[in-house]
Design a binder for this molecule. Structure first.
Ligand code: ADP
Ligand code: MG
Length: 411
């Protein structure tokens, strides 16, 4: 049986018109001889009645947040509502289907509420559906613990549901339907000239997702990569082929391949703060220096873009953790400076590995646009720039232009 997992995002199920388009995609899969397994996100975006953010706000109405277990209970409702609504449309069009919560679909997780990790998938129920020719419509973003507690997988987690089901059922592919034509060279909400890619490698799109491109969840890419299930990103509202995410061509000599650009894409992530901690080199200070990162780790604060100099340690954290971190280092007598409201803009490309001059191009593009660089970090295939958030759009556009990534560059 050719199993095809089809995941539909929040905007894809937000109106009856769009739900008909969703059913068109399911119908097309059936006509192609596939058995569709459907995964759905909560309806709409922030502000819509049953969107995840709306449910979170309802839970917080009386100020005291419910405990994480209860937050997961309320958050899991959005996807269940969405599934039931879509099942009506599908039945009207003559298809037999069954709605399943994540737990009913056999997704077992640990009990890390709000960001649970999938431990295993029991495919018995899904196999039974396939046997009975019932199309499963699975609530994305959720699972269940061994003790029957409902958990959620973290924001954007329906993509993870899609990938894990694709892996467990050995699907021929996983299709992620959203509101854009595919993976683009930058967020089209920021760069009007962003181009759709017809194909991209797992590792590059994983980096894009890790560095902020929210078009797909990084864990969903990781799962698809380990099991080599092809992932497609497509638009629910068009018939374009979308982007195929697949494995590296082992025979490819990327340096000699002139058709490939140095940079594949640009991603950005906002709401970051830079922390600079200074030391005077005295014996007493040396002790404080030695334990700084342990202190931060023990407080459960994760840090990024770490640069270490003899008398300074520099790193970035999420804005939301800034007050907690500041209180911690202040109470422990550290000397520090914090720059809040920064963004990390990252250029990504397998081909930049070992090529000189890429950083020079980054700096020159930003300087030409009068954008001050606060900090940089790099790996073989990425260069990240930290800048004040007011420059995010200008920086992403400047780099996109500098590296010739736009539609207008495609002849
Ligand atoms: P869904 O609700 O369908 O999961 P998301 O909002 O999570 O949709 O992801 C789709 C959004 O991702 C697009 O509307 C787009 O603005 C954003 N995005 C960010 N970076 C990219 C990129 N490189 N390519 C395509 N879309 C991107
Ligand atoms: Mg998403």
């Amino acid at each position: 049986m050719n199993i095809l997992v089809q995941k539909f995002g929040g905007t894809s199920v937000s109106s009856s018109e769009r739900r008909e388009m969703v059913v068109d995609k399911i119908e097309y899969a059936v006509k192609q001889g596939c058995f569709p397994i459907v995964v759905v996100s909560a309806i709409g975006r922030s502000g819509d009645p049953y969107a995840t953010d709306t449910l979170i706000n309802i839970a917080r109405l009386n100020e005291d947040c419910p405990n994480p277990r209860e937050m997961d209970l309320i958050m899991s409702c959005g996807e269940i509502i969405s599934c039931v609504v879509l099942s009506n449309t599908l039945r009207h069009r003559g298809y037999n289907c069954v709605v399943l919560t994540g737990g009913q679909a056999g997704i077992y997780t640990d009990n890390n509420f709000g960001d649970a990790e999938i431990l295993k998938v029991d495919t018995a129920k899904l196999c039974e559906c396939i046997e009975k020719n019932l199309i499963p419509i699975i609530a994305g973003f959720q699972g269940i613990t061994e003790n029957n507690e409902i958990t959620t997988l973290g924001r954007g987690g329906s993509d993870v549901t899609g990938s894990i089901i694709g892996e467990a059922l050995n699907a021929q592919a996983v299709e992620i339907y959203t509101d854009v034509e595919g993976i683009m060279t930058a967020d089209p909400k920021i760069v009007a000239d962003a181009a759709v890619m017809d194909k991209i490698f797992y590792n590059e799109v994983f980096q894009m997702a890790e560095y902020g491109a929210k078009v797909i969840h990084p864990r969903a890419v990781e799962i698809a990569m380990r099991s080599n299930v092809p992932l497609y990103i497509k638009n629910t509202m068009s018939n374009s082929p979308g982007t195929l995410i697949t494995s590296c061509d082992k025979n490819r000599n990327y340096r000699q391949d002139k058709s490939q650009k140095l940079i594949t894409a640009i991603a950005n992530i906002d709401n970051r703060s830079q922390v600079k901690v200074r030391f005077d080199g005295s014996v007493a200070d040396k002790e404080k220096d030695d334990i700084l990162f342990d202190l931060i780790a023990n407080a459960g604060i994760s840090i990024d873009m770490i640069n270490i100099y003899p008398k300074t340690k520099v790193f970035i954290i999420e804005n939301s953790l800034c007050d907690k971190l500041e209180a911690l280092i202040k109470a422990n007598g550290y000397k520090y400076e914090i720059i809040r409201n920064c963004s990390k803009v990252t250029i990504i490309g397998n081909k930049m590995r070992g090529i000189p001059g890429v950083m020079a191009k980054v700096v020159s593009a930003l300087t030409k646009s009068n954008i001050q660089l606060i900090q940089t970090s790099d790996s073989h295939t990425t260069i990240s720039c930290l800048l004040n958030s007011e420059y995010t759009n200008a920086a992403v556009n400047a780099l996109h232009r500098e590296f010739g990534l736009g539609k207008s560059n495609i002849l």
